[in-house]
Design a protein around this ligand. Sequence first.
Ligand code: ADP
Length: 489
Amino acid sequence: MVKVDIKYTKLFINNEWVDSVSKKTFPTINPQDETVIVQVAEGDKADIDLAVAAAKKAFYRYSEWRKLDASQRGHLLYKLADLLDRDADYLGELETLDCGKPVKQAIAEVHWSANVVRYFAGKADKILGNTIPADGEVLSFTLKEPVGVCGGILPWNYPIPMFVYKVAPALAAGCTVVIKPAEQTPLTALAVTALIKEVGIPAGVVNVVPGYGPTAGAALSYHPDVDKIAFTGSTEVGKLILTAAPAVNLKRITLELGGKSPLVVFNDADIDEAAELAHKAAFSNGGQCCVAGTRTYVQSGIYDKFVAKAAEIAKRRTVGNPFTDVQQGPQVDSDMFAKVMGYIDAGKKGGARLVAGGDRQGNKGYYIQPTVFADVQDNMKIAREEIFGPVQSILKFDTFEEVVDRANDSNYGLGAGVITNDINIALAFVRHVRAGSVWVNVYEHVSPQLPFGGFKESGLGREMGEDGILQYVENKTVAVSLPKKPLQK
Ligand code: ADP
């Protein structure tokens, strides 16, 4: 077993590492062998209260943070990006230990996160208002001002990217933050927080409180002094936050939730290339990806050959110790493992044709065989519900109009993909599919400049890009009366 040095396990409030008020801790588990990695301080309402108070103080109008130029906020973020790159190997290994993703991928995600931070660093002094020719004798303009104290509630599937998706735009806009990492993967959020301290971001601007959802997460969501919550996680919890949290103080809410994204392959596609792309779409990050393309619709002319190829690729997928050169490690925890195995069982019992995998791998750790079901019907559980594991469902279709209706027949609308060389088919698909991101002959192409988020029950608001930073500002409209008489004649 690879030994990774764990330096931070406490809460970070007002620039200090502290125990929780209750002194309670919770274990974080190694998904490779189901052992306890370490105990982490367990935050609850009392700790959230302290963290929010620190963030509120840091946001006060004469604070060190509020007095910084926007460009200085940008410089601090550039420094943070450099430190992420510097420590990428260490952070990646820590992530692999806690989360189980292959170490090469985990390290790449740290560099990716550094680039996200750089994008928002550059944005800090380019958040522009408008001048507006309003009616009346006034000079009018808008100011884009920081929304205030922001809570970020994180999932466990991409812990470091999700941390920076919440923190970087908030800081670029001049907000202060309290972050609640996922209970399954608290370690890297704390390690990145140590870099924030090293950069010299003023006390109270970033606070991090690990703990459980219904306790620490709920306390943050409902806190009257929190002006905004950015949440990434399940649609179920997202709905809960959206209905209950604004009732307290009308706080702003952005949600990045689940998906059941379709990838549609037309007859003219190169079967080998399309099957590889569809495989990556479904199995990337062990299928633990909100935008995973788990409904693979294949046109009837190439269906049988495609299914054979998809099964062959899945059987070749390497699964094992994530510290070695594999494509897939264990699933994150016992709950997710059981949930995914339940869906595989439902696929088998529901009459789908199993063509690859279908079982756990080994008898220790949360490893699952890459699993492919063919002849899946739209009404089956595995075609309708988010599985969040290494399971691909292949469905047959005949015509364009039919497949667009079927692709859209979902409560979700996060991503969608199409594989074809016919420009009319591609563009008509782009136009008619109901999803926040649509990819043509590529899948899951995400980039800091591109807004990301969902239609329907996949979310509210966007992260990244221009739209991403605008979620962290309020629009203040100013009208200044102009003199009605000649001046100093
Ligand atoms: P998953 O099922 O993938 O773990 P969740 O939506 O349960 O997704 O969790 C995502 C994040 O939301 C985690 O940080 C979790 O602790 C938090 N969370 C869970 N329940 C609540 C809740 N009731 N209020 C606020 N946050 C919550």
